[in-house]
Design a protein around this ligand. Sequence first.
Ligand SMILES: *Cc1c(COP(=O)(O)O)cnc(C)c1O
Length: 353
Amino acid sequence: MPQRKMKEFNINNLVRSNVAGLKPYSSARDEYQSTGSEMVFLDANENPFQTDVNRYPDPQQRGLKTELAKIKNVSTEHILLGNGSDEVLDLLFRAFCEPGKDNVITLPPTYGMYKVLANINNIENREVLLNSDFEPNVEEILDSVDQNTKLIFLCSPNNPTGNSFLEKKIIHILENFNGLVVIDEAYIDFSNKESWLNKLKEYPNLVITQTLSKAFGMAGIRLGICYASVEIIQILNKIKPPYNVNELTQLRALDRVHNKDVVDSEIADLLKQRAILSEALVEVNFIENIYPSDANFILVKVDDANKRYGQLLEKGIVIRNRTTQPLCENTLRFSVGTGEENKKLIEALKNIE
Ligand SMILES: *Cc1c(COP(=O)(O)O)cnc(C)c1O
């Protein structure tokens, strides 16, 4: 077990008092879960006529969690599913952060939703910039913590920079912060670094989020995943909307997870494409730096991001201009597309002056 250089971690000191005292909504499907087909279901005011979706979905998504647990090698009680990671992240705010009083720490340049969710929930967002290697400034982060700091968001691999944070930096934060450390692993399947999932049992303050939106190719169905201790998952379950993951999403996700080999071959293909794209970008004369990527996008530094963004748009290619982000002056972010799409991008880049 790692040495915790702080007092005993206790999740009950973190949860909002109204959430701790909350009696959750009990749905019809919570009170009686179907076990066979012989029962007559007249408990939920559903319409009895078949449309394939006339019944409420399983509020605990048991089928999907069971399959995810297998491919991720965790047990189902460590999993909470949401309507995209966005809902999962919002639930973390709502469970642990008292509006107008508590604060969270984020590390720009990073995913924009943490800040938006902090604003929506009226939670102070303390920003501690990454260093020039896009790594967390650990001492500065810990210096920013006070008794009302509930969550620290670490996006690794980070969006938009593409790098994974050094393990020792993350461990230092985990071992010296008495709130929750949320590691957003939206891009973990594109990385050769290990997921922090294997460390869940070691760190009671570790929360990991993943998504089916990127490597699994299912941004349209909205399925986000949270992995954490049983205690944390139980708290989040109390406040989630009962039917937050709809039936169509559960079915489509299950089908995709069953076909993990197809997902894996698409990931392998995208990684090949990422390498090809990255090599081709070296030949573009106005690209000054190509940042290494553990994700399905590449961040580059150019001479004039606004100008280059406009020129690509004129050629019908939409990329992300990150120039207004801290430490990201004159950077552009390219998602890795199909071989053909990437060729078009390279072609366009080489033909603008
Ligand atoms: C794309 C992305 C997500 C995905 O969010 P969903 O709501 O699950 O689609 C989460 N975190 C980061 C850092 C991302 O870039």
